[in-house]
Design a protein around this ligand. Structure first.
Ligand SMILES: *[C@@H]1O[C@H](CO)[C@@H](O)[C@H](O)[C@H]1NC(C)=O
Ligand SMILES: *[C@@H]1O[C@H](CO)[C@@H](O)[C@H](O)[C@H]1NC(C)=O
Length: 506
């Protein structure tokens, strides 16, 4: 252009012949430059696109005649994204989003579909011939912004999983005739819907556990797809389920660690997970790791996954999985009919658990810390003795471990009407019992002595037939009991001797 412009402006300087020669020269240079020079023609201005849409970068390239193109390469910023060689074809995976539409002659058109937010940058083209490599001196800039028809989600939740709702929404700039929710069979779910927002209550979502719901933008069409072809079905997530990974076999016990995984494939990376534990929201990713489980970690777990796309989004809801955490059982000893007994009464001690969650249990019994040789849940005494009193504990054990009860104190007393007394008066009564024992023995001794005195006196008043054969034995026994000499024995005349020995011998 510059030469052509200068040539007419120079008519007053050059002769006509000179000008003809100059024009011929200029033309030859121009045609030579157009067909044979090294060059790449890219769009002049920057390009812009929405994520999920597609963009084509028109491009052509030239090189001197006689050169043979061996390889072409497109790069974004410094990174090579597409390479085509004469020998190996396109050096990229066809599933990838960049596609070289050109050839090894003069066309270097590039298509990006679908665009992702990360695709923005400076795109440049270079090619290699057998003798040299040429890179376009300038690059074309591409900016990618979020598509207005990308379906976003938001949750408006209050306490309790069955209250609140989930919204799917699109930008006001998306050309659509509304957003609608569909169940797994493709039936529209009744909902609160507007032009750019559709609200589904948690109560309805909860009814669709195990399913994948879809929120679809009515009127959206993917213009990147060739006419008549269907959008790829890869975006729809598979149904979810919650898997529980434990360190070892068997149930999860208090203090163990476990991992909950929300499992269900989907091709999309744009996904967000939610967990619901016993009607409470839990933040989380695709898995929840629980270290040192407490009983409160047990219960019902449900996971949800939101997969966002352009023109549609999915909400997958897992069925609920129950996680049981086994606590060591609380064990206690139960005394039937009660812990305070009189000698000779029956007593039964039973080892009770507060749960029926354990099987394969063995029992051990301890009295005053000493292990007894008894391995049943019940320890029975047909007639309890004073020596049976003490502190009893039972222990249950199985392969998971063992639990021991607190001690239960069993008291056994003589008679039947003292068992409700406290230890102080009980001690006083003990002394009284001893004293009575002593005095009654003294009484028996004195009676025996009186009988013997009567025998010695020859007064066989009651006849030999009435004499007990054990009487002499008894006499000798009681004679050996030292009777304090100063204690007077009651006189023979006193008939009340047996009723109140205390009065006579004290
Ligand atoms: C380059 O190739 C593309 C795709 O085949 C085509 O649409 C375009 O028109 C071609 N460009 C030129 C300049 O021939
Ligand atoms: C877990 O779910 C079951 C069945 O829906 C229910 O009976 C139970 O009460 C739930 N447990 C908790 C802790 O929410």
């Amino acid at each position: 252009m510059r030469l052509l412009h200068r040539a007419p402006g120079s008519t007053s300087v050059f002769t006509l012949e000179e000008m003809e020669a100059l024009l011929l020269l200029a033309l030859s240079i121009l045609t030579g430059a157009g067909c044979q020079d090294w060059g790449v023609t890219l769009p002049a201005g920057p390009l812009a696109g929405w994520s999920g849409s597609c963009v084509t970068i028109p491009c052509s390239y030239t090189y001197p005649e006689g050169q043979l193109v061996r390889a072409v390469t497109w790069s974004r910023d410094k990174e090579r994204i597409v390479r085509l060689t004469a020998t190996a074809g396109q050096g990229y995976d066809r599933a990838k989003r960049a596609q070289f539409l050109g050839d090894l002659q003069h066309n270097c058109t590039l298509r990006l579909s679908p665009l992702a937010l990360g695709d923005g940058g400076a795109y440049s083209f270079e090619f290699q011939t057998q003798s040299q490599s040429w890179k376009s001196p300038r690059a074309v800039c591409l900016t990618v912004s979020e598509h207005p028809c990308r379906v976003q989600h938001s949750m408006s939740r209050t306490a309790g999983v069955l209250s609140g709702s989930t919204d799917c929404s699109i930008s006001e700039r998306c050309a659509s005739s509304g957003l609608y929710w569909y169940d797994k069979a493709g039936t529209q779910i009744s909902q609160e819907t507007g032009k750019s927002k559709s609200r589904l209550s948690m109560r309805i979502i909860w009814q669709h556990r195990g399913a994948v719901l879809e929120c679809r933008v009515r009127g959206y069409r993917n213009r990147c797809l060739p006419k008549g072809s269907q959008p790829p079905a890869t975006g729809r997530p598979h149904p979810l389920k919650v898997l529980v990974d434990t360190d070892g076999p068997g149930p999860i016990r208090e203090g163990d660690s476990f991992t909950l995984r929300c499992v269900g494939d989907s091709g999309s990376l744009d996904q967000v997970y939610f967990w619901i534990h016993n009607y409470e929201d839990l933040p989380g990713s695709s898995s929840l790791q629980i270290e040192g489980a407490a009983l409160s970690h047990g219960g019902n777990y449900t996971c949800m996954k939101w997969v966002s796309d352009i023109g549609r989004a999915y909400l997958a809801i897992s069925p609920t999985t129950y996680v049981a955490i086994l606590a060591p059982p609380v064990v206690h000893v139960v005394a039937t009919p009660g812990p305070h007994r009189s000698t000779g009464e029956p007593l039964s001690l039973t080892c009770r658990l507060d749960t029926s969650a354990y099987g394969g249990l063995g029992f051990s019994w301890y009295k005053d810390g000493e292990r007894l040789g008894w391995a049943q849940a019940e320890l029975a005494f047909p007639g309890v003795q004073v020596a049976d009193g003490g502190e009893y504990q039972c222990e249950v054990h199985n392969t998971l471990g063992k639990s021991t009860s607190l001690p239960l104190t069993i008291t056994v007393v003589y008679g039947s009407d003292w068992y409700q007394l406290s230890p102080g008066p009980m001690a006083g009564f003990g002394a009284g019992v001893l004293l009575l024992f002593f005095l009654s023995n003294l009484g028996v001794y004195c009676l025996a002595r009186r009988i013997r005195q009567r025998k010695e006196l020859g007064g066989s008043l009651q006849g030999g037939s009435r004499e007990d054969p054990s009487a002499p034995q008894r006499d000798s026994l009681y004679e050996e009991i030292p009777c304090a000499g100063e204690i007077p024995c009651p006189s023979d005349d006193d008939g009340d001797y047996y009723n109140s020995p205390k009065d006579y011998c004290n």
